[in-house]
Design a protein around this ligand. Structure first.
Ligand SMILES: NC(=O)c1ccc[n+]([C@@H]2O[C@H](COP(=O)([O-])OP(=O)(O)OC[C@H]3O[C@@H](n4cnc5c(N)ncnc54)[C@H](OP(=O)(O)O)[C@@H]3O)[C@@H](O)[C@H]2O)c1
Length: 186
């Protein structure tokens, strides 16, 4: 059975974007980027909310990104190799390969995806992931805490969900970010 993994880079006070919609403070440095690349590599499917998908398409549509560094090339190649499912009621068409769209988040369909997928599945951003948390579908969280308080914005985790967690791993990075790897307890 594949695991469903929620991943996010958030401020210490728990926001993935600040009140102005900025998240430049969450951009990974080279050390974090290399670590993220290794986390993503084994994943088979990415489930995206429409907003997160629109942020990520550049990894396929803008070839200049991959030319900037070996790390960015590695990320672009990993991203392009994975299957993607985009959840949206407004998007008319997807603009990347290996990508399909769903108009609704159907927990049973995701359960079936977990049962049949060859590799683990990620879910992001937080608006979409909240549905997965509420349905009890999230098995693990990869949370990166950035060394900043932003005071408000979009929360990285839903506020109407209670889940006990088991810490599986942690790591500190030179730039001040911390990685926390949790498993959800049933
Ligand atoms: N901290 C970081 O490192 C980082 C990195 C990248 C991006 N970000 C930020 O994160 C934001 C994205 O997160 P988000 O939580 O705002 O959005 P999201 O979860 O990526 O996308 C929300 C959209 O997904 C669709 N959706 C959600 N639930 C659905 C459902 N049950 N059925 C069908 N469609 C559904 C809807 O699209 P429609 O409106 O089309 O129906 C909804 O507006 C970005 O905009 C960016 O600012 C942060």
């Amino acid at each position: 059975m594949a695991k469903l993994i929620y991943s996010a880079i958030a401020s210490l006070d728990g926001y993935i974007e600040d009140e102005d919609g900025n998240f430049d403070w969450a951009v990974p440095d080279e050390e974090v980027h290399a670590f993220v690349n290794d986390l993503l590599r084994p994943l088979g499917i990415y489930l995206y909310g429409r907003r997160m998908y629109e942020m990520m398409v550049v990894w396929e549509t803008d070839p200049t990104l991959a030319e900037r560094s070996p790390l960015m090339r590695d990320f672009a190649e990993t991203w392009q190799a994975a299957d993607k499912v985009v959840y949206s009621r407004t998007l008319e068409a997807v603009s990347t390969a290996r990508t399909r769209m769903e108009r609704d988040f159907d927990p049973e369909a995701v359960r079936q995806m977990k049962a049949s997928a060859g590799g683990d599945i990620s879910v992001s951003g937080p608006d979409l992931a909240a549905h997965a948390f509420r349905a009890g579908l999230v098995d693990e969280c990869h949370l990166f805490v950035a060394p900043i308080l932003v005071g408000g914005g979009k929360r990285s985790l839903p506020d109407d969900v209670r889940v006990r967690l088991e810490l599986l791993d942690e790591r500190r990075f030179g730039g001040g970010m911390v990685y926390l790897h949790y498993r959800t307890k049933t």
